[in-house]
Design a protein around this ligand. Structure first.
Ligand code: UN1
Length: 499
């Protein structure tokens, strides 16, 4: 018998129940009868209290020296490390991913802590000569204020970390609104931030559903920035609302990522990449490989290799150490993925393997879907254009490298991409011509590292990049500072130049 965790909001350094009476629950996606946690269905009043606390805390937090702010984050990293296994077990139970991947999720948070903490001693600005004598000119980074962080369930530790950690080092205060499916993971994570001793109000947690708590945060007049990772539909609402209410907004939405396999590729290597990219995390990464663009000379052979490997994948609960493919997050995602099978058939694609809900034996109470390969896919089909977010990969045949890149780019999205080739000229051409925020050569589309910019082009994002040093551009404003030490009025924009 496992215990049900009772989650609360964390506002101004206190664990609080929400104003509204209602509570919600998260369930183990591998066993829908198992309730993992209960959590409050916060209302606008709760959001308001959190925003007030964050605003109040901001007044002093922004003045704490950045290296001292960073020390708190360093401590968060150390405590995360101590709780790595416990958190990983919880991720597997509440979100469903296999334990090895869950440990990787926590590790990504730890890496982000140590990387972001180092930034506290940099946060570089620039100096530049002034036009005037005896005048000094420089740029400095300023925090933005109160940041709302709206995060998905697929990386319930890493994604909140990669938003909150740089935001806090930069001098902002934050309110985390985690996904409804993974409230316990968010609660444990915030307990760790609290244990690190962050002053009250600097980090806050508000549980609830997107249309209520999330919406109230995005619309709140005293929130200065919203950082959102999630679906394109919700992202469009968040972007529009932030535009209307003059907030800075960082959006990271979907992907329709492709891996190209050319005829000169190391096929075993490309196979390992394809299986991991398409079926790792049950295809529930925004970086997942959902299209395989195969050169016609190797298509048949590679498809047979992929088929063979797919038959061997072991489905099961993430907490079972034998599991390679966990369940989908919830019943509605399961139905959504299943509906795409109907769409694929109607459009003329061929389901080579999988294509069905897996509910035999031990899988019967979970949201399991068989790893699926769709063959005979053409670039105009919905299964080649829409994000499915499940263990489904579409095979598209091409006759040349140029055609492969054109098809890879023929999508509204532009997050991750990959090309397997031994030809260095093709590798560099791919780097130049692919329209995506991330390109891998001879590696799968998933697995970005925290010290490089993360984000995409076209409908995937709105031009910002979290992670890496570019996270600082999300969470700070530039200020230009002029110091005139001439003791006289020096006037710019007066034409006194030597002609
Ligand atoms: C996501 O799916 O939203 O690059 C994030 C990767 C991970 C992050 C995925 N580091 O696959």
């Amino acid at each position: 018998m496992t215990t049900v965790l009772s989650c609360r909001n964390y506002i101004d350094g206190q664990w609080l129940n929400a104003g509204g009476e209602a509570t919600l629950e998260s369930r183990n996606p591998a066993d829908k009868h198992e309730v993992v946690a209960t959590f409050p269905r916060s209302v606008a009043d709760d959001v308001n209290t959190a925003v007030k606390a964050a605003r109040q805390a901001y007044r002093s937090w922004r003045k704490v020296p950045a290296p001292a702010r960073a020390e708190y984050i360093f401590r968060v990293g150390e405590i995360l490390l101590q709780h790595k296994e416990e958190l990983a077990q919880l991720i597997s139970r509440e979100m469903g991913k296999p334990l090895t991947e869950a440990r990787g999720d926590v590790q990504e948070g730890i890496d982000c802590a140590f990387y972001s903490a180092g930034e506290g001693r940099r946060l570089f600005g620039q100096t530049t000569p002034s036009e005037m004598p005896n005048k000094f000119a420089m740029t400095v980074r300023m925090p933005i204020g109160v940041c709302a962080l709206i995060t998905p369930w697929n990386f319930p530790v890493a994604i909140p970390c990669w938003k909150a950690m740089p935001a806090l080092v930069c001098g902002n205060t934050v309110i985390l609104k985690p996904a409804e499916d993974t409230p316990a993971c968010a609660t444990k994570l915030i307990e760790i931030f609290a244990e690190a001793g962050l002053p009250p109000g600097v980090i806050n947690l508000v549980h609830g559903i997107g249309e209520e708590a999330g919406k109230a945060l995005v619309e709140h007049p005293d929130v200065d920035l919203v950082s959102f990772t999630g679906s394109s539909e919700t992202g469009a609402f968040v972007g529009a609302t932030c535009g209307r209410t003059h907030k800075r907004v960082c959006l990271e939405m979907g992907g329709k990522n492709a891996q190209v396999v050319m005829e000169d590729a190391d096929l075993e290597l490309a196979l390992d990449g394809a299986v991991w990219g398409a079926f790792g995390t049950t295809g529930q990464r925004c970086t997942a490989t959902s299209r395989l663009i195969l050169h016609r000379d190797i298509k048949e052979k590679f498809t047979a290799m992929l088929y063979e490997r797919t038959t061997k994948l072991r489905l099961g609960a993430g907490t079972d150490t034998n599991t390679e493919i966990g369940p989908l997050i919830n019943e509605s995602q399961l139905q959504r993925v299943n509906n795409y099978m109907q769409i694929a058939r109607e459009e003329g694609a061929k389901i080579l393997i999988g294509g069905e809900i897996a509910n035999q034996g031990e899988l019967k109470n979970g949201n399991f879907f068989q790893p699926t390969i769709l063959d005979n896919v053409t670039p105009d089909m919905r299964v080649a254009r829409e994000e499915i977010f499940g263990p489904v990969v579409a095979l598209i045949e091409v006759s040349s490298f140029e055609e492969a890149i054109a098809i890879l780019n023929d999508t509204n999205y532009g997050l991750s991409s990959s090309v397997y080739t031994r030809d260095i000229n093709r590798a560099f051409t791919a780097m130049r011509d692919i329209e995506a925020g991330i390109t891998y050569i001879n590696g799968p589309t998933i697995g970005a590292e925290v010290h490089l910019p993360f984000g995409g082009v076209k409908h995937t994002g709105n031009g910002h990049r979290e992670a890496g040093t570019t996270a600082l551009d999300v969470f700070t404003e530039w200020k230009s500072v002029y110091v005139d030490f001439s003791g006289t009025l020096q006037r710019a924009q007066i034409d006194n130049r030597v002609s």
